[in-house]
Design a protein around this ligand. Structure first.
Ligand SMILES: [Zn+2]
Length: 321
């Protein structure tokens, strides 16, 4: 499973960060899911290897424009590029009416069906290799997190044991991996003896805009990766006031620490935070504030940054592509 960040700025884009968009890629099947689709997301996709042909579903966290204004354009292009397979769109109430009106008033006739699924109350929704649950968050409008839990985890071939018993690499390995017994140099080889049990199901929680990280306490049980907004640092959040419904770095970090999250990815940064650490305020301030409260693996998202969550639960940066 891989995460590819397409937009990591809050509210407005900057020269280096677009508004919200995140691809969750099932590297086995090549199917991928898009979580939020801010304006310009389709331009971001053009710089990756992802195509809307393999896009299995779109999840929108809430109705604010920086999370959904890219939808009509992305859907129109998918149609013009020949997509005919139905597309699942999981979104809170309001998105389907807005989109229907846009399609109607702009005379956009998509050559594929959109299957709307309400985010409200979504539990155990089967979506490719994952089961998805929506968690209601706290923001100015209804906002949701999506928890992706892997359904079936593949069994792993015990190659060390095979080699130790003198069974050389060959077609038999594939046969055993698929669960079939075989014969090697006249001796029966039982698949069950060379298959390691599947690892724990991988689980990734992706939050929408939210001022109360604690609402994710249950969803974060057994999750390896939490992607959450940290729009501000504490001092800026206190100056602005609570009414915007966002979190600050320390708040999210403290929650993730208490929840035992292994890998925390912060994103959705206010454009005031500069990439240049010499300038104030800088994105470095967000990192420093979170790191003071979180002892796990802390990552600050950047556009086009790509990470892989391995079967073993390691979360490693990969070259984008
Ligand atoms: Zn936002």
């Amino acid at each position: 499973v891989e995460l590819l960040f397409l937009g990591t700025s809050s509210g407005t884009p900057t020269a280096s960060r677009n508004v919200s968009g995140l691809a969750l890629i099932d590297t086995q099947s090549r199917a991928w899911f898009l979580i939020d689709c801010g304006e310009g997301t389709q331009h971001r996709l053009l710089k990756t290897r992802l195509s809307t042909h393999h896009l299995a579903a779109i999840f929108i966290t809430h109705v604010h424009g920086d999370h959904c204004y890219g939808l009509p354009g992305l859907l129109a292009s998918a149609g013009m590029n020949g997509r005919t397979a139905p597309l699942t769109l999981v979104a809170p109430r309001g998105i389907s009416d807005w989109l229907a009106a846009t399609l109607q008033f702009t005379q956009l006739h998509l050559p594929f069906a959109i299957n709307y699924v309400a985010a409200e109350g979504l539990t155990n929704f089967a979506c490719g290799a994952f089961e998805v649950d929506a968690v209601a968050l706290s923001h100015r409008v209804p906002s949701f997190a999506y928890a992706f839990t892997e359904i079936a985890t593949a069994t792993v071939l015990d190659t060390e044991k095979l080699l130790a018993q003198g069974i050389a690499k060959g077609p038999l390995w594939g046969q055993i991996k698929r669960g079939y017994d075989g014969v090697y140099k006249g001796t029966l080889v039982r698949a069950a003896d060379f298959l390691l049990p599947p690892g724990p199901a991988r689980k990734i929680v992706v939050g929408g805009d939210n001022d109360t990280p604690n609402l994710l306490a249950q969803a974060c049980q057994q999750c390896q990766v939490l992607v959450h907004e940290a729009t501000y640092t504490r001092s800026v959040a206190e100056k602005i006031g609570k009414h915007l419904g966002h979190s600050y770095a320390a708040q999210v970090a403290e929650f993730a620490e208490a929840a035992g999250v292994a890998h925390l990815v912060l994103t959705h940064f206010s454009p005031r935070y500069q990439n240049n650490p010499q300038l104030r305020p800088s994105i470095q301030d967000i990192y420093a504030e979170a790191a003071a409260f979180f002892s796990g693996h802390l990552v600050l998202a950047e556009d086009f940054m790509q990470y892989r969550l391995t079967q073993k639960g390691d979360f490693i940066r990969v070259i984008a592509g």
